[in-house]
Write a protein that binds this ligand. Structure first.
Ligand SMILES: Nc1nc2c(ncn2[C@@H]2O[C@H](COP(=O)(O)OP(=O)(O)OP(=O)(O)O)[C@@H](O)[C@H]2O)c(=O)[nH]1
Ligand SMILES: [Mg+2]
Length: 487
């Protein structure tokens, strides 16, 4: 150190022989050293920032305060619960009031009479009042504890409710996704029409169109007429198609392949009617009344539509308006459960109109998006089916003015031309707005679609191509024409 200071000191050390000078020089160096150490410590502290360590007593206080602070914070989050005082608390309060009253009376007596003997009684009464006060405090504390427990229980209950709600929403989302997957996994319209194409009139037309460049003369047109008249498209539509082909052949010479193009184009024009596949648009709720003869596939179609609407995230309610068969409501119940829809049903043989009325009312109240009403296909009383259906329609309008927004007629395509006849009857009675043609998968009579569209000008909205939920396809004219005419 000595050597170091000697090195850095700007003043050379005094001569060794001067003791006083050496002492002064040493002291000066020491002061410089102390000053430098102080400077270094100061700059270090400045870099570390101020020392904020609280004094020990303060530390202890804050440790004790922490849990109380946390408790206070949780208490602030708890709902306010006020319980009535227990019997015991009420008793203690009455005792305290009595003791206080007695004290006040004795004090007043003593003041008025100056009776020194009352002093002892007064002391005893004050003690009683003090004891009663303490006992009441214990009871009040108990009540506060119970209130806190109740508040905690309510919070816990709310938490559980929210978790259950989240789980329910999650399950519903999953079910909807599953339904969407199922809906997309069904048979295509082309697969459903394969019998019509391979075995029906289309197979015979294919033979006719396969003549290549051979000109379309009267014999070809006669053959076309014969095929179309025996197809299930109805006489009127068949005649119109032949007439159209004849006109075309007159104006310019046609080859067989061109004849196919002419018929294809005319069929496309006939079946292109605007249909609603949204299962919505009216209301809310959008109300669909489903009609059709027994066995046509009404209930099955309703189940499939409900599953579709649910997959689109809609809230759906089904009305079991076929009250004439106990099994009908049960069947719809199964479909409702499968689709995740609500069901309103009445007693067997109860008035179908009243069941449907209740269902529409309930749909409005419950703010559902879609109500689909099933109806009977046959009545085993003397009642007239069409009159009964008209009544149901009127009643729906009473329950929700402007409803039903759709009257969907379900037709069994295996009935061929009979289906066209049925369609006309239902249309006259209840004003059909769209058609679901079922069982296309099991028949070669798919051409009936052309006849229905042509004669009624009512769009075929849905095509049933199998029994599974997914086997109901929105009927697309372009897809239909391609399925029938394209190789
Ligand atoms: N293959 C096939 N079968 C179908 C289709 N649609 C319905 N079905 C079947 O047709 C039968 C009758 O269907 P339902 O839905 O009970 O007919 P409904 O019109 O309600 O009959 P009722 O209640 O008696 O008036 C059932 O066995 C269905 O599975 C379809 O598109 N393809
Ligand atoms: Mg049914």
């Amino acid at each position: 150190m000595w050597l170091l200071l000697a090195d850095i000191s700007p003043v050379p050390p005094p001569a060794a022989e001067s003791d006083l000078g050496a002492l002064l020089w040493g002291g000066g160096c020491l002061l410089v050293a102390i000053f430098m150490v102080w400077l270094v410590r100061r700059s270090l502290r400045a870099r570390r920032g101020p020392d904020v360590t609280p004094p020990p007593q303060l530390q202890k206080d804050s440790q004790e305060l922490q849990p109380r602070l946390e408790q206070k914070q949780t208490e602030n989050l708890l709902p306010k619960v006020e319980l009535p005082p227990s019997e015991q608390e009420a008793k203690k309060r009455a005792e305290l009031e009595a003791a206080r009253q007695k004290t006040a009376e004795l004090e007043a007596q003593r003041k008025a009479t100056g009776d020194a003997k009352l002093k002892e009684d007064l002391e005893a009464a004050k003690k009683d009042a003090y004891r009663a006060e303490k006992a009441l405090e214990v009871e009040e504390k108990e009540r506060k504890k119970r209130e806190r427990e109740e508040a905690e229980r309510l919070v816990e209950e709310e938490k559980k409710r929210k978790i259950a709600e989240l789980e329910r929403l999650e399950a519903e989302k999953k079910a909807a996704e599953q339904r969407k997957v199922d809906a997309e996994a069904g048979q295509t319209l082309a697969a459903g029409l394969s019998k019509t194409k391979k075995e029906g009139f289309m197979a015979r037309l294919a033979g006719l169109f396969g003549g290549g460049a051979k000109p379309v003369d009267e014999s070809v047109l006669a053959e076309l007429e014969e095929v179309l008249f025996t197809a299930d498209i109805g006489v009127k539509t068949a005649s119109a198609l032949v007439e159209h082909a004849r006109e075309k052949a007159k104006s310019k010479s046609l080859g067989s392949a061109e004849l196919k193009g002419v018929i294809r184009e005319e069929v496309r024009r006939i079946v292109t009617l605007s249909a609603n596949h949204k299962l919505g648009g009216g209301g809310p709720p959008h109300v669909i009344m489903v009609v059709g003869v027994n066995g046509a596939g009404k209930t099955t179609t309703i189940g499939k539509l409900a599953a579709k609407a649910k997959a689109d995230g809609k809230k759906v309610l089904l009305a079991a308006g076929d009250t004439f068969r106990a099994a009908a409501a049960e069947q719809l119940d199964v479909w409702a459960e499968r689709a995740g829809a609500e069901l309103v049903k009445g007693k067997e043989e109860s008035d179908p109109a009243s069941v449907v009325f209740d269902a529409v009312k309930k749909g409005v109240e419950a703010k559902v998006d879609l109500v689909i009403a099933d109806t009977a296909g046959r009545l085993h009383t003397k009642l007239n089916l069409m009159e009964e259906l008209k009544k149901v329609r009127r009643v729906i309008d009473k329950a929700l003015p402007g409803a039903p927004h759709e009257v969907l007629l379900v037709l069994d395509s295996t009935n061929g031309q009979n289906a066209i006849m049925q369609a006309r009857q239902f249309h006259d009675a209840v004003g059909v707005t769209s058609i679901a043609l079922t069982k296309l998968d099991g028949t070669a009579k798919g051409g009936v679609i052309i006849g229905i569209c042509d004669e009624l000008k009512v769009p075929v909205a849905w095509a049933g191509v199998g029994e599974k939920v997914a086997d109901l396809r929105p009927f697309e004219p372009k897809e239909f024409v391609e399925a029938l005419f394209d190789d």
